[in-house]
Design a protein around this ligand. Sequence first.
Ligand code: GTP
Length: 597
Amino acid sequence: TPPEQIRNFCIIAHIDHGKSTLADRMLSITGIVSDREMRAQYLDRMDIERERGITIKSQAVRMPWSDGAGQTYALNMIDTPGHVDFTYEVSRSLAACEGAVLLVDAAQGIEAQTLANLYLALENDLTIIPVLNKIDLPAADPDKYAAEIANLIGGKPEDVLRVSGKTGMGVEELLDRIVERIPAPQGDADAPARAMIFDSVYDSYRGVVTYVRMIDGRLEPRERIQMMSTRATHDALEIGVSSPEPTPTKGLSVGEVGYLITGVKDVRLSKVGDTVTNQRRPATKALAGYVDPKPMVFSGVYPIDGSDYPELREALDKLKLSDASLQYEPETSVALGFGFRCGFLGLLHLEIVTERLSREFGLDLITTAPSVTYEVTTDNNQHVTVTNPSEYPDGRVATVSEPIVKVGILLPKDYVGTVMELCQSRRGTLLGMEYLSEDRVELRYTMPLGEIVFDFFDHLKSRTQGYASLDYEPAGQQEADLVKVDILLQGEKVDAFSSIVHRDKAYAYGTLMTERLRKLIPRQQFEVPIQAAIGARIIARETIRAIRKDVLAKCYGGDISRKRKLLEKQKEGKKRMKMVGRVEVPQEAFIAALSGD
Ligand code: GTP
């Protein structure tokens, strides 16, 4: 297809504003998926995506559409993940498009993620087509939200299209408008090939499927292609387009969007953001800078049954094939045994990975409280990066800095007071406050990421009855008065409970954990002190009183086989016990304390 007849666009929307439903509707209206084949959320392929109704991995699909004059166009719709954790993937998908449909729920208005993605789209110079969705809903208030959108992006409220992905109302007009308003792609057809990778997914049958947008030149099957960041070369076994099933083609030219299959088995060899060129006639300059997405949140992941450790390792190795941003390395813990320290892009990413581990690999896991990356300078001027609190160089710390994020929160104005209070209590600094409309406000803060990974979102939701939405982006590191709080059982540190917190919050953390553990750990034959400490200084203490538990006392004079049975039973009970010094702790107690039950 010549570039003049191509339109590349994506849909940016907040979670649940109906992106998948609209995408499905476009597939059926353009006729590439028949009603019979249509199943809800055709594009969300992973089961877990469908169940949670969220889009994790972006996909591209090509649809034909004719304008009033009978000219046929190829519309490439690039599906973008909506969540903050995947901002890098969103920004790459946006860079593959000339335009974006800004989709807003007509009963909810703009949300924080819509805003964050809109800013990204504007930075990429995309043409924005504003659309209100779900106008079939009785609660829809399109006039109000059209004004809100016009106020935000300029233009007239009348220019905001009104559609319903559910009933199909307005969707044909939207397709017409995409053809009309979004510019055709431009590129140099005679230049050496340059294609941008905007997604890379692992398919257990075909290996890695790489989604690309051709910028210049042409790529054809059976050529040798080259990844510009690593210079690695592969054979292009198959090149094609998804419409929506993969369909091999004779190649991809300027402006086209499609997929490449090279037979590689590891997504790390085909990285999002990289430029693909032709080995025979390579391009000299890669497309806009490729960055390796950095994990922001770390957590220890342990099998509940220690003998599952090899399976956990295998499962992580397999997941890594399809998720290049997942990082992990072996770690051991006194309390939890053998496991892995894993790095994630954010909290949702952590949740998705642990859920996949348990669902797809049948593993029972426990994860330690999420931590962020601390940069420490020690008193002898050494630099240490700490992602596991138990490795904090206690007593030798000269300075420590923590990651800071810029937070955007959108909420109805009635909740401003309670949310500001929450942000203040999480060490937030107010940057600004703006009214999007009469009753909706955007609050902007800088806040330590460490305060957000610790159940901030839950508190935000409960304080606003679910009406607030949140988005954040990294804003560097900042020095802070942080300390490590250790939890000790009879003088022995329990590593899984060490935490790095602000000095003002150390006491609260110490009290919380010691109280929790006192309730969870059964009494022993001796008294067990549970203490919280900063270095050598004890800041909180609880005590578990001693008992004498003599199982044999009960069968005094009884027969010997019964005694043996009881002894065996006691031994079995002990298998699930972890020893911390002389103290026996049922693993359930650790798990319950970590999960806050
Ligand atoms: P993510 O993939 O998580 O970003 O969500 P999404 O934006 O793709 O939302 P999805 O299409 O899954 O729709 C969310 C909910 O809104 C679902 O329950 C849909 O049935 C419903 N929905 C979507 N479009 C419409 C619409 O036009 N009208 C009505 N009444 N409901 C809709």
